[in-house]
Design a protein around this ligand. Structure first.
Ligand code: ADP
Ligand code: MG
Length: 654
């Protein structure tokens, strides 16, 4: 049985949709090319030569008819199998060379070998050997822009040879060259043919065609003549000589190389568009920085508040009238009385119970008048609150019993009232509202919540406040200090029972600092979540920016994608390249965002804020993870668009 020809077209047509019908560019072409032939396809411009060539090179599929390679029909092949044919079997040479501008000569020659999974040293050596053979040994590290047309075409021939392709498809390889360089390129092709490569060359130039052993003339998509010169016997059925060692397919190493090549490509393209990349990143940077900062701020302020609460003492209970926080009628409930405080103080597990009535008033000293918050408290108050005495003494139980007109003021009040007094202020008389009061002590101001306005505080016996100032006998609050050995929650339960029995109903609310701590934790967690989700929106918007830019990048590089596909890139290689770029943009943006957040923390500390930002590793990891996911999520569609491009359409774009 006769061996099947290397290439065989049977009744191949190619139609393009046009208007409401089709234009037929190739019309039932029958063609067989044997191994080792050198064939020139000649015809006028627009006669369908390139269309035929693209079908031969498996870049395009026939609309009708059958294309067989070594007897095997191509219509049954998957896209990746076609890519493999283009990579291993065919070598393309284009009129406009189609080299990648960012790579030097060796880099360009290597690409098909990378896609084929050859190891680094072997492919580099091979690329250099071939370039050397084509007289390019002193130009191996030049970029295409630094090479002449003839030299670029030699690089593209080397690229076609790097995977030992046995068929070289050259579409007008000399069309853009001066006659001398064209001559040289034709010489190389002839030499390759003598070595056993099958060469198909498309041209509209009869002189070029004359170099081939067989000339096929095509007009309006039909073959009108097919002539062979006498000696077609030179074909060598063994196929071309191989350059270098036979390659072993490497699976994992190949994947790693393709990944690192895609990675390097992504870096190069990001570097080529630095400003654009940075602006794209900005969305991610700001998004990540705000998420990390918000969480850190939340944690920092929560820690600060919790510290303030624990300063209040963990075994302190607060009893106030009304059914709970925000009871509007609380002010009218007058059932919480002094005797309650007295009775609670007698309970065995209670160390001290002090009433706390707060009202505001003004202090007058000389002609100075300032507003002040007046705290009517028991003598135990200072012990309960752990107040620090700076000067003088705390008023005592006698002062309470005697309704003494004495006051302890805090140092903020002292400094406001007596700014120029360097000595002691003990014994000075101030006018609190209309009541003259003698200062007996100065205490250190209690820490207020963050950013709270500094109020002046005066502490007076509650008896004095009740009789001389408010006139009310009911209490606003009772502060209870329970024994350290007592569980505050348990104490709260027992005091609740005790007071409910006394009042006949539960017309008061009671809380301990433990409950407060839990409430604060819950609230700040809620707030952090809320603000984080707003910050997450900015991350999302950043992601949309990334997608937008990736779509631009893909459409800018359609021609490059076409070239990569023509020289054997799989769809997954293209997908990977653009996906890596998107993920890199997001990941670098994420890292910069975290750094920005850290910088913000340092700045924050410089301004002497009362609390620090606390960075949680979880939030940083989550932010980085999120930004990578955004890269994958928003980069996927553009990358998939790129990988699904039709190679012919992509190549035609310039
Ligand atoms: P040649 O390479 O011989 O100059 P081509 O094969 O490039 O010619 O094109 C042959 C004809 O097919 C031309 O008339 C061209 O307009 C048409 N053609 C090529 N590609 C397309 C396409 N993608 N869509 C529609 N028409 C096309
Ligand atoms: Mg053409």
């Amino acid at each position: 049985m006769k061996k099947a020809p290397l290439i065989s077209l049977k009744g191949v047509s190619r139609h393009y949709p046009s208007g409401d019908g089709f234009t037929t560019v190739l019309d039932h072409v029958d063609l067989a090319i044997e191994r080792g032939e050198m064939v020139a396809i000649i015809g006028a411009s627009g006669s369908g030569k390139s269309t035929l060539m693209n079908i031969l090179g498996c870049l395009d599929r026939p609309s009708e008819g059958e294309y067989l390679i070594s007897g095997r029909p191509t219509f049954e092949l998957e896209p990746d199998e076609l890519a493999e044919l283009r990579r291993e079997h065919f070598g393309f040479i284009f009129q406009r060379y189609h080299l990648l501008g960012e790579l030097d000569a060796v880099g360009n020659v290597e690409i098909p070998a990378i896609y084929a999974g050859q190891n680094r040293d072997a492919r580099r050596e091979k690329a250099e050997t071939i370039l050397d053979r084509l007289g390019m040994s002193d130009r191996t590290h030049h970029r295409p822009s630094q090479l002449s047309g003839g030299q670029q075409q030699r690089v593209s021939i080397a690229r076609a040879l790097v995977n030992d392709a046995d068929v070289i498809l050259a579409d007008e390889p000399t069309g853009a060259l001066d006659s001398h360089s064209g001559e040289e390129v034709l010489g190389i092709l002839q030499e390759l043919n003598r070595e056993g490569h099958t060469i198909v060359i498309v041209t509209h130039d009869r002189n070029v065609a004359a170099r081939a052993g067989r000339i096929i003339e095509i007009r309006d998509g039909e073959i009108i003549s097919d002539t062979r010169k006498g000696d077609t016997s030179k074909s060598s059925p063994e196929g071309p000589v191989k350059h270098g060692k036979p390659k072993k397919p490497r699976f994992l190493g190949g994947i790693r190389d393709r990944f690192s090549e895609a990675f390097a490509m992504a870096l190069r393209s990001m570097n080529a568009h630095r400003l654009r990349t940075f602006l794209t990143m900005l969305g991610i940077i700001i998004g990540t920085a705000s998420v990390v900062c918000v969480v850190a701020l939340g944690q920092g302020s929560q820690q600060q508040i919790l510290k303030q609460i624990s300063d209040l003492g963990t075994n302190t209970l607060y009893i106030s009238p009304g059914k709970g926080f925000g009871d509007l009628k609380a002010a009218q409930i007058t059932t919480l009385t002094l005797s309650d405080a007295g009775e609670i103080a007698k309970l065995p597990y209670v160390l001290a119970a002090t009433p706390l009535n707060t009202t505001s008033s003004t202090i007058r000293v000389g002609d100075k008048e300032v507003s002040v918050s007046v705290n009517g408290v028991g003598a135990e108050y200072f012990a309960t609150r752990n107040s620090k005495l700076l000067e003088g003494r705390f008023f005592d139980q006698h002062s309470v019993e005697d309704l003494a007109q004495v006051a302890d003021i805090d140092d903020t009040a002292r400094n406001t009232l007596f700014p120029h007094e360097t000595g002691s202020v003990i014994g000075k008389i101030i006018l609190l509202g209309k009541v003259p009061v003698r200062i007996v002590g100065v205490v250190k101001a209690e820490e207020r919540g963050m950013g709270g306005a500094t109020t002046l505080e005066a502490y007076l016996p509650y008896t004095t406040v009740q009789t001389r100032m408010t006139g009310s006998r009911s209490l606003q609050m009772i502060m209870v200090r329970v024994a350290d050995t007592m569980d505050p929650a348990e104490a709260e339960k027992m005091i609740t029972e005790f007071l409910t029995k006394r009042h006949g109903e539960k017309d008061f609310s009671i809380f301990n600092t433990g409950t407060l701590q839990k409430a604060v934790q819950a609230t700040t967690a809620m707030l952090s979540l809320l603000v984080s989700s707003i910050a997450a929106i900015s991350l999302f918007v950043g992601g949309i920016g990334v997608m937008n830019i990736m779509l631009v990048a893909v459409s800018e590089r359609i021609n490059e994608i076409g070239v990569r596909m023509a020289i054997g890139a799989r769809q997954s290689d293209i997908l990977q390249q653009f996906l890596i770029e998107a993920v890199l943009v997001c990941l670098i943006g994420g890292v910069l965002g975290v750094l920005l957040a850290a910088g913000f923390g340092l700045l924050f500390a410089q301004f002497g804020s009362p609390f620090h930002l606390i960075y949680s590793p979880t939030s940083i990891v989550v932010a980085l993870l999120c930004s990578s996911l955004i890269g994958i999520g928003f980069g996927f569609i553009p990358a998939r668009n790129a990988s699904k491009l039709d190679p012919v359409v992509a190549l035609a774009r310039d």
